[in-house]
Design a protein around this ligand. Sequence first.
Ligand code: BG6
Ligand code: BG6
Ligand code: GLC
Ligand code: GLC
Length: 917
Amino acid sequence: MFAVHLMAFYFTKLKEDQIKKVDRFLYHMRLSDETLLDIMARFQAEMQKGLGKDTNPTASVKMLPTFVRAIPDGSENGEFLSLDLGGSKFRVLKVQVSEEGKRNVQMESQFYPTPNEIIRGNGTELFEYVADCLADFMKTKDLMQKKLPLGLTFSFPCKQTKLEEGVLLSWTKKFKARGVQGTDVVSSLTNAMRKHKDLDVDILALVNDTVGTMMTCAYDDPYCEVGVIIGTGTNACYMEDMSNIELVEGDEGRMCINTEWGAFGDDGALEDIRTEFDQELDLGSLNPGKQLFEKMISGLYLGELVRLILLKMAKAGLLFGGKKSSALHIKGKIETRHVAAMEKYKEGLANTREILTDLGLEPSEADCIAVQHVCTIVSFRSANLCAAALAAILTRLRENKKLVRLHTTVGMDGTLYKIHPQYPKRLHKVVRKLVPNCDVRFLLSESGSTKGAAMVTAVASRVQAQRKQIDKVLALFRLTQEQLVGIRDKMRVELEYGLKRDTHPLATVKMLPTYVCGMPDGTEKGKFLALDLGGTNFRVLLMKIRSGRRSVRMYNKIFAIPLEIMQGTGEELFDHIVQCIADFLDYMGLKGAQLPLGFTFSFPCRQASIDKGTLIEWTKGFKATDCEGEDVVDMLREAIKRRNEFDLDIVAVVNDTVGTMMTCGYEDRNCEVGLIAGTGSNMCYMEEMRNIELVEGDEGKMCINTEWGGFGDNGCLDDIRTQYDKEVDEGSLNPGKQRYEKMTSGMYLGEIVRQILIDLTKQGLLFRGQISERLRTRGIFETKFLSQIESDRLALLQVRKILQQLGLDSTCEDSIVVKEVCGAVSRRAAELCGAGLAAIVEKRREDQGFEHLKITVGVDGTLYKLHPHFSRILQETVKELAPRCDVTFMLSEDGSGKGAALITAVAKRLQQARREN
Ligand code: BG6
Ligand code: BG6
Ligand code: GLC
Ligand code: GLC
């Protein structure tokens, strides 16, 4: 009995002595709680640095955005291929996710070796090898005939700008293939796969193993928002608020960040805790100076650290009686699995003896105890360091969520964590001590990271399918060169129809003679009034023209025309106009003055002379009763009479296109075309009198108001009209009319966009499938919003703000789609307009028998002026479709009122001349 006690005492004493000895020797490796808290704080600062746009380039912890935005929600499904490369084992898998709505994942897999000559050889060969393994797997599993999406788990630091791309920043761990760093691994693998003609695989997602692990665990536990690997290497990812990720646009929701914490300390931040053993290990590694945190923690390095310590202790005579074996000198002879075996609770000591003996050493009992304790200190330090960094992440999560207590789950994987007998317990304990205000569940990923990668791929493939649907809709708005040529030629036919007496009555492009025959010659002078009705604004103007100098002084005032007046009775409308004139005269101090007046009236009028205009029909937003078929000049005169306050001499009624041409023509004599791309769309030009069959006489030229807005009203554009155009038409004030205008002008583009958005939402592709009240509201997209949304200078966030102002609660993805829709609709509008304009300038060139024509187009309208791309696309199209015309576009700065006044002045001059004759 006594002997037993004595033995026990002896053993305890022996153990104590050995432990003390090792503790003293490895004093520097034992980290106090304060040190751990300090490291935790340092890591918190590192994360912040990595997330900042300006600080990221110099940050050692790279905090890489992964473009994984949500954890699985159970709706994922399909069949996927998966590759898992970069951990201790390389696997190819087939993953079947959820059939018939159940959360269910089935996997079939095959391991393949990764010989050193492959992983440290030539990059091309590495990817070819991976592709070969994939092909082999597919053959054995009889998958060759299937086209399957693939998720690639690639456990190295990659810079991603989207899910299906990743530029390798640097190799870590055991890999060092040439020519891969700085290149996109997805395209490299895709290229390698091309060698296998029978392989039809689309790589949809690249994920880090930490991300895969988090997703795997999150499939079973929706609280999981962190993934940690403690295996060959070590690393962690977590869900960060988008608003904190400065490297990615958008601030909504969260995105998974791959911290690449293995590089913590690469800037010297951990020098105070690194030991001589860490330094020696680093020098002998494949990547000296890199992954310094990882080298204190992960499986690839722990065994080696133990070896270096044992060697040093032996040399110092503290172990094995000062004897060393040759095996102890060989790098890599002690592996992490040995460390784990030596630390086993019961068999540990026996294992230690066996392992040391295998290394050619002759360990005493005391040696075995000491070596076991070395292992404990090394692996304990590893767990402590991991715990400190993880605690920093958990604290960040808690602070992001502004919670007093965080309740969360951490997905775990990696051989060190899995096979080491004490590791998990220690790690959990230290984490809980460092962050007492977090309730953490540690969940072991049983099925590796590929299950999670398959979830990411499933979401990506759904997004891809949705993208296809969106593209299908947008494609309806894309016009080929051939189609545009066809439109130009059809327009040309319609122009000729409208000019000919026989075909004119049926023509959709009405080609209305305006009785404006000449340009101002500079001798015009006097004071004139002008009205400008039919565009966005109604204006009354006073113009003072000085002869000889081509200079005009203008005074004007904008008046509102309420909707109920635009769509009330004709009498009300004209009374309102006269009321505005009265106000203006009053305002200008011209009460009672009898001035000549030019009336810009931007609707189709049949004219028999310059001062007579019968409204054919209302267009755009006007619909006042009892006006169609009436002379608007008479209506205005009667309204003036009714008011009985002043008299005006109404000399001319002018379309806005004509006014615009005149305004510009006053400065550029080459200006023989007027174009409006505004609320409505129209064009006028100077035509040879001999071509105008409706008007007597063959001499000289006359301006023709084409009213091209009606182009297509006979169905000739039906092949390019979409369902959305038809919906817009049906909801308009003039269904079936002005079909070209409805595809090209500001009043309708927003409506087309709205119809598309409604349809995409119905298909579940936008706004989470919810059609809001606002989206149902006609007219919410004014031209100015379209212009703002499409502006290149606007960040996505601002687009989203505009949409929010419009009452559309959009995500960033939604905003991208809305912007694309706007772009497709406005591009088509500009191209259609360009095709129409090409028809006119070509006609003018041919009519005059010129090889080349130099011509100026006077332009006005909010769409042309405000939209960021419309004018450019319009001009490019004209150039393409009328290559023999040199067209200058001149923006009308002063509106068409000025032109109307000039026309009035010319008419006055001619009147005068007739009288004098
Ligand atoms: C596996 C994952 O379970 O763990 C891999 O599927 C990951 O993606 C690996 O890289 C990490 O552990 P180890 O020990 O193999 O590096
Ligand atoms: C103005 C002209 O500048 O532009 C108006 O003075 C014209 O006559 C208008 O109708 C066209 O643009 P919008 O966009 O106002 O319809
Ligand atoms: C290395 C890699 C990292 C990976 C980790 C675990 O640190 O750089 O991407 O997640 O190992 O495998
Ligand atoms: C409408 C009108 C037309 C006008 C154009 C631009 O198309 O019918 O007369 O020129 O809008 O305002």
